[in-house]
Design a protein around this ligand. Structure first.
Ligand code: BES
Ligand code: MN
Ligand code: ZN
Length: 497
């Protein structure tokens, strides 16, 4: 992992790559000593020649330089001054880092300028710069014989002479921790289902909990049976891999009886669809179906490393959904932990069955707020696209708090309605509920199903089926797992209660 250091621009930066964010309609502020003197006229000439516009995601590299301390310079476009959002900045910086990390880089530097991020404070930008460095230089080629990406060894984040370098350094530290937590989530999701099944995930969680001082409890099959978690156990039945529930806690609040925030994650380590088997095309990325649980684990680790002064509990329901002679069947009636009976009409609607029991367990612990994350429905991707999570809630103030946390984190979430009329679709002739609705409004009926298991506890469900995993690379982000919403959870925890 890279060393990340905030430095003042008063010192010359001697590096292999100097990353310089550029605006469309303004030059960055001066105060960069020898670099600035070299840079300003060069940028002007490039613009005049039409080689540089500063438009978002534009990348222009200058190589074989001799009259500047950097061996190479990479210009990365941000767009118009005053309009650059933090997520826009992140995309531009990640694009730059992805570009340079295809080869080994010993020392890179990145120029931060007030003007680039205004009106956001410089420390925010420094945090994003650190995060982008950590996330952008790690790919998904975990099993390649020849690595195609190389973590940058040293990164200097160069702040203007007027900035307080130690404040910038703490922002950089926070960005690094968030970036590493994001990469942890990405790695767990990117690993294939034969390498990450419920027991493996649970072991990894226990090991991370020990490393970062979180309490950890692991529920095996017998314990899940004792807890009457009949819906989750039914999903697990078709698989040769036994299920697990992992509960990790951080007692961070000073006050002994401070309230708890529960983070709940869907951890289907592989979703074949079960007897309602998915076609190959839809199944091939279903190692991603434990992204909710991996996001919860990433956020718990980040919260521990950031020493957040809050009581946090992470609950992960881990199962593999497979067809077999023992698999749960269509028409089966399951009894969930809270006594609600469920008629199975589709074994591919398994995530809500897993969450039903885990949510009910969280409720009985007496937590004061819940957020769950799940790659729950294709329907949510149809509604909101691949880059936006759907939010569903039984309590508007708590939903507003989670949406605000997402905004601060620079992650996109959009709330969908929870009218009672949607629940009509879940009526069963033989049981309290059936596990699917009609074709229409599928992400909402799934949320209405979950609502039956949270009692009166204020709860937000985030459907991350789109943003958790991308089929292909884009310049500003790697394909595969994204680690999205780790930061939203950390922001929500920071603001709790
Ligand atoms: N894990 C899937 C949802 C999913 C789809 C995640 C695409 C990521 C990308 C979930 O278990 C599922 O299969 N949902 C079904 C529900 C349906 C049977 C009501 C779906 O969305 O088709
Ligand atoms: Mn499914
Ligand atoms: Zn699933």
């Amino acid at each position: 992992m890279p060393t990340l250091t905030a430095v003042s621009s008063t010192r010359p930066v001697d590096c292999d790559w100097l990353i310089v964010p550029v605006l469309e309609d303004a030059e960055i502020d001066g105060g960069y000593g020898v670099v600035g003197e070299w840079l300003q006229p060069r940028l002007k000439r490039l613009r005049e020649a039409g080689d540089l516009t500063g438009k978002p995601l534009e990348l222009l590299d200058l190589r074989d330089l001799s009259d500047v301390p950097a061996r190479r310079v990479l210009l990365t476009g941000l767009g118009k001054a005053g309009t650059v959002s933090l997520s826009g900045l992140e995309k531009s910086l990640t694009a730059a880092i992805r570009r340079i990390s295809s080869k080994k880089v010993d020392h890179a530097a990145l120029l931060l300028s007030e003007k680039c991020v205004a009106p956001a404070p410089l420390a925010q930008a420094a945090k994003i710069a650190a995060l982008s460095t950590v996330v952008g230089s790690v790919g998904q080629g975990l099993y390649k014989s020849e690595p195609d990406r190389f973590p940058i060894q040293r990164m200097s984040i160069v702040a203007p002479a007027s900035a307080d370098v130690s404040a910038i350094q703490s922002a950089v530290e926070e960005g690094r921790i968030l970036g590493e937590a994001t990469n942890l989530t990405r790695e767990l999701v990117n690993r294939p289902p034969e390498d990450v099944y419920p027991e493996v995930f649970a072991d990894r969680a226990a090991q991370l909990a020990a490393e970062y001082g979180l309490e950890c409890e692991e529920f095996d099959e017998a314990r899940l049976r004792e807890e009457r978690m009949g819906a989750m156990l039914a999903v697990a039945r078709g698989s040769d891999r036994p299920p697990r529930m992992v509960v990790v806690r951080r007692r961070g609040a000073a006050d002994a009886d401070a309230p708890w925030l529960a983070l709940v994650g869907k951890g289907v380590t592989f979703d074949s669809g079960g007897l309602s088997l998915k076609p190959s095309d839809g199944m091939k990325t279903m190692k991603c179906d434990m992204a909710g649980a991996a996001t919860v684990l990433g956020a718990m680790v980040a919260a521990a490393r950031l020493k957040l002064p809050v009581n946090l509990i992470g609950l992960m329901g881990l199962v593999e959904n497979m067809p077999s002679g023992r698999a749960y069947k269509l028409g089966d009636v399951l009894r969930a932990r809270n006594g609600v009976t469920i008629e199975v009409h589709n074994t591919d609607a398994e995530g809500r069955l897993v969450l039903a029991d885990v949510l009910s367990y969280a409720v009985d612990l007496g937590v004061s707020r819940i957020v769950d994350l799940a790659t729950l429905t294709g329907s949510c991707v149809v509604a909101l696209g691949e880059d936006v999570a759907g939010a569903f809630a039984n309590d508007q103030p708590w939903c507003d708090a989670v949406l605000a946390a997402a905004r601060r984190a620079g992650e996109d979430v959009w709330q969908l309605p929870m009218f009672d009329s949607y629940a009509e679709q879940l009526k069963s002739d033989v049981a309290d509920l059936k596990n699917i609705g009609s074709r229409w409004g599928g992400s909402i009926t799934a949320a209405k199903f979950l609502e039956r298991f949270v009692a009166q506890t204020p709860w937000v469900h985030l459907d991350i089926a789109g943003p958790a995993f991308a089929e292909s690379n884009k310049p500003h982000r790697e394909g595969g797992a994204s680690g999205a919403y780790v930061r939203t959870l950390v922001e929500a925890a920071k603001a709790f209660p």
